[in-house]
Design a protein around this ligand. Structure first.
Ligand SMILES: CC(C)(COP(=O)(O)OP(=O)(O)OC[C@H]1O[C@@H](n2cnc3c(N)ncnc32)[C@H](O)[C@@H]1OP(=O)(O)O)[C@@H](O)C(=O)NCCC(=O)NCCS
Length: 197
């Protein structure tokens, strides 16, 4: 069993340590990190999974980015502790959090990752969407959360700096219910939902 919670500032060092453990050294030099510089994350979608023993076992974060005028969710990083990989935790976070994003009204999501893993969640290669170099175009993947949301969306992916979008995200961070009680989940009961959080 795990507690799923929205990441709080005090969780951040532990989440960073998990990412350091799970990714190759130099991960923050990747071009996708430049899109996150100085931009607040989409807080209500940044989740941690804490085991009953206490440590953070998995984490997922999201940032806003834009392509032309289109607002896009950038998924990642997502990581599961090596001792718990292959138990369905990654899939649970993907499925439940994408449902949450859809319910929040997000239209489209993208990531840079391995198609053999993410295709099982419906992600497909995004032709015409350009991540800052050097990024392998075959790893630029997208998913529609609303039908047709990727139609006619192409071009370079840029940092989201529009004041109205950033103000909306900041408002959510200050919502008291955001950091309400964590929800206990059993990943084997996928689809049961994480309840209000
Ligand atoms: C990728 C990751 C988040 C998946 O989480 P997880 O909890 O281990 O995954 P699940 O248990 O939901 O799924 C396991 C399945 O995914 C497959 N899988 C895991 N990573 C994969 C990859 N990079 N490419 C293809 N398949 C992958 C496993 O082989 C397994 O396949 P099976 O169902 O056929 O046995 C996790 O392995 C991880 O943290 N890896 C290191 C960090 C990383 O690469 N993050 C993603 C960045 S793009």
């Amino acid at each position: 069993m795990y507690d799923v919670c929205v990441e709080r500032p005090e969780d951040t060092p532990e989440v960073e340590a998990l990412y350091d453990l799970c990714f190759a050294p130099g991960r923050t030099a990747l071009s996708s990190y430049r899109l996150r510089d100085g931009v607040p994350p989409v807080s209500e979608l940044c989740l941690i999974m804490r085991s009953t023993a206490g440590g953070i076992t998995a984490a997922i974060r999201y940032w806003p980015v834009r392509i032309g005028d289109a607002l896009v969710l950038l998924l990642g990083p997502i990581a599961v502790h090596p001792t718990a990989q292959g138990e369905g935790l990654g899939a649970w976070l993907m499925v439940e959090n994408l449902d949450r994003a859809r319910a929040m009204g997000w239209a489209r999501v993208m990531l840079v990752g391995d198609a053999p893993y993410y295709s099982r969640f419906g992600f497909e290669k995004l032709d015409g969407v350009e991540m800052p170099p050097p990024t392998n175009p075959d790893r630029v993947l997208g998913l529609e959360l609303r039908p047709g949301a990727w139609v006619d969306v192409s071009g370079p992916v840029e940092r989201e700096t529009r004041p109205d979008v950033l103000a909306g995200l900041a408002e959510i961070v200050e919502t008291p219910s955001l950091h309400a009680d964590c929800v206990e989940i059993d990943p084997e009961r996928r689809g049961a939902g994480a309840g209000p959080m």
